[in-house]
Unconditional design. Structure first.
Length: 360
């Protein structure tokens, strides 16, 4: 986030602060009405795992969804992923991004995150739609899946879930305890009582005092809810697109190339730090809004700015690649540094043990 955008957000929160108590009350009331089944909740016959967050912005939901889906596949389960398809142009009740064998719609229609998951998870159906009871029913009836994973599902309470996982980013944790529109929280802190586990993503050092203090804070509030941590590891190979030729190079090779970085993610500074921490020669960097829809003019401008800085390639994230691939620059190669979330084995045991009561 650039300093100017940070200042703008702080200003909006300042003026929105008087309305936070009202929004907090309404969200708490909504949760209560679902819990009492006054607002109808749907139950499906397969286990539902929700991956969500309390805090606005990137917390690593999509990497965790990817991790869980891969783990379940490895254990011979049959998962499907249900997403709202944020920023995707497809607005039907059921939009099949991938049927498990073929990817059927592009990032513009699907949304960048569902499309990315479809590319990284062959064999896993990916479906978007506003009502996940409908997309979940379709996945069960059409593909015979044995479990469902909700991407960004913590506030989607109309579908009952068997496991509610709530993420926090190690970069930002809670920041403040104010609810929208006066702060970053989607709901009041009391909503965390619905969680079955907390995950802190992007932890760099196990002895980080900030992380330890936050874990203790969560334990004090919710002593029976386990807390797990995850680290991001860069892929061993960097994907390269250049004048119609696609290949991969090692990080060691990439360190020899002056690169111009760009991304449109919630925490662009995390990608910039990732490049620098892996020894890449970053001669310039630009950030766009999260889920930015790139235009040909954007790519031309990035190439011009990169060349003026002496860059020999552009470099971006996997999430951005699914949107810019069709706008492949001719002036500079496009590199992509992928990330994977690595969870401790204790999380794997917790997840699988939680699903033991279901024959999936």
């Amino acid at each position: 986030m650039t300093p100017s955008s940070q200042t703008k957000i702080e200003r909006l929160f300042f003026w929105g602060r008087p309305f936070s108590p009202l929004y907090s009350f309404l969200m708490a009331k909504r949760s209560s009405l679902y819990e009492k089944n006054i607002f109808k909740r749907h139950k499906l016959e397969v286990p539902v795992i929700s991956v969500g967050n309390l805090v606005l912005g990137g917390t690593g939901k999509t990497p965790l969804v990817h991790y869980i889906a891969k783990l379940l596949k490895k254990k011979n389960k049959r998962p499907a992923i249900l997403s709202r398809g944020y920023k995707g142009a497809s607005t039907g009740p059921i939009n099949i991004v991938s049927d498990g064998n073929n990817i059927l719609i592009d990032a513009e229609q699907a949304g960048d995150e569902p499309r990315l998951l479809a590319e990284k998870l062959p064999g896993v159906p990916i479906i978007t739609g506003k009502k996940r009871s409908i997309t979940g029913r379709f996945a069960i009836d059409t593909y015979g899946v044995s479990c469902l994973i909700l991407d960004d599902g913590f506030q989607h309470m109309s579908l009952m879930r068997d496991l509610d996982l709530v993420l926090f980013s190690a970069e930002k944790l809670l920041e403040n305890n104010r609810v929208l529109p006066g702060g970053f929280l989607r709901e009041p802190l009391t909503a965390l009582k619905r969680a079955d586990a907390f995950i802190i993503s992007g932890v760099k050092r196990p002895d980080d005092s900030r992380i330890t203090e936050f874990i203790n804070y969560l334990h004090d509030l919710f002593p029976d809810t386990p807390v797990f941590t995850g680290t991001y590891q860069p892929d061993e190979k960097i994907y390269r697109m250049s004048a119609g030729n696609n290949d991969t190079i090692s990080i060691a090779e990439c360190r020899k190339i002056p690169v111009y970085g760009f991304c449109g993610i919630a925490q662009p500074e995390s990608f910039y730090n990732l490049l620098r921490n892996n020894g890449l020669n970053v001669v310039g960097f630009e950030s766009f809004d999260d889920h930015h829809a790139y235009s040909l003019d954007n790519i031309k401008s990035l190439c011009e700015n990169g060349l003026s800085c002496g860059a020999q390639a552009l470099i971006t994230t996997e999430k951005d690649l699914v949107k810019v691939r069709a706008l492949l620059p001719q002036d500079l190669p496009l590199l992509t540094l992928g990330l994977k979330l690595q969870m401790d084995k204790s999380f794997d045991h917790f997840l699988l043990r939680s699903l033991e009561n279901f024959r999936i």
